[in-house]
Design a protein around this ligand. Structure first.
Ligand code: PHE
Length: 344
């Protein structure tokens, strides 16, 4: 028995020393020290020995067991530290490495202007018409007929309007004013709405003109609406959009769907006097068209002209953006040159 115990001590010590991982060490511990382990099977056989032998072998077995426990605990400590260090080494992050370059996307300057202007009008009590309520592929009926354009009006001409081949009288809208019709057919007064969106015109492209651009349409219909309300709202808009001290000018003009009609100018923001390239020396810049909704238009949508009146306006988003940021070529908005877009 004594020799057997010494053999166990020797073998176990060797196996402990040879263990390469905490897992391996646990297996050794199981093999020698568990209830079904080799030491226990010797202790079970003690009952067959004499009292004297029992004491000697028993105490020897205990001291072997203690010795092994101690060795295992020391080895376990070493292995644990070793594994921890290896893990830390493997998972180490080099914080001095340069980070990946992830460019941030930006809101397009035209979208910025649309957001800014819609916010201003929301502050003045206008709601925003969802884009899907006023489509870019529109009928001639909405874009022209309902807006009091006579059948032979030059704006309908192939030179100005894109016609589709798929269906007769289906066009790419040449203005957002059709949104007025759609809104009034959809809702009874009082109405106070703006409608931003794309419009198309068959024009040759230049620094000033593109055949795709954006407009924001405005419409207010209620009892007792007068031209003074229109002036008040538009002056307030210009004041907020261009900053406080910018005078405006209302010039008499003509649109088939408004009467009276006006074009609104703001004082040139870049003006260098007589030779100014921005305003051609006039000192004024046209920013929008407006007027009182024509009685024929109200009648077309079944609104009682005795009770109600209204005003409408339409502004060019590109133009307003160009004026605010002194941009001299409309094509810059559509070329997607990052050197341009990054400035906003
Ligand atoms: N639709 C006109 C245009 O495109 C602008 C406008 C809108 C004028 C509303 C008056 C009222 O030029």
């Amino acid at each position: 028995m004594k020799e057997k115990l010494e053999l166990i001590l020797n073998n176990a010590t060797q196996e402990i020393n040879n263990s390469q991982s905490v897992q391996e060490l646990d297996d050794v511990k199981l093999k020698y020290l568990s209830r079904k382990g080799e030491l226990n099977s010797i202790k079970k056989n003690l009952k067959d020995l004499s009292d004297e032998e029992k004491r000697v072998v028993g105490s020897l077995a205990n001291s072997v067991s203690n010795k092994l426990e101690e060795l295992i605990s020391i080895k376990n400590n070493q292995l644990y530290k070793k594994e921890l260090n290896r893990k830390l080494e493997e998972e180490r992050i080099d914080i001095t490495l340069p980070a990946d370059y992830r460019p941030h996307g930006k809101v397009h300057p035209l979208t910025q202007t649309i957001n800014e202007i819609t916010e201003i009008f929301q502050g003045l009590g206008f709601s925003i018409m969802p884009q899907e309520d006023s489509p870019e592929v529109e009928t001639e009926y909405i874009n022209f007929d309902m807006l009091n354009f006579p059948p032979n009006h030059p704006a309908r001409d192939m030179q100005d309007t894109f016609y589709t081949k798929t269906a007769p009288n289906v066009i790419l809208r040449s203005q957002t004013s059709g949104a007025q019709i759609r809104q009034m057919l959809h809702q009874a007064p009082p109405i106070r709405v703006i409608s931003p969106g794309r419009v198309y015109r068959c024009e040759s492209v230049s620094a000033r003109k593109n055949n795709l651009f954006h407009q924001i349409e405005g419409l207010m219909v209620d009892k007792d609406i007068t031209f003074a309300d229109l002036k008040g709202i538009l002056n307030e808009f210009v004041r907020i959009y261009f900053g406080s001290a910018r005078p405006t000018r209302f010039r008499a003009s003509y649109f088939p769907f408004t009467e009276p009609s006006a074009e609104v100018d703001v004082q040139c923001i870049m003006c260098s006097g007589k030779g100014c390239r921005t305003c051609s020396g006039t000192g004024w810049l046209e920013v929008l068209g407006a007027g009182m909704v024509h009685a024929n238009v109200l009648r077309n949508v079944g609104i009682d002209t005795e009770t109600y009146s209204g005003f409408a306006f339409g502004m060019g988003v590109e133009r307003l953006t160009m004026l605010k940021y002194a941009i001299n070529d409309i094509r810059l908005f559509f070329n997607n040159d990052m050197r341009f877009l990054n400035q906003f």
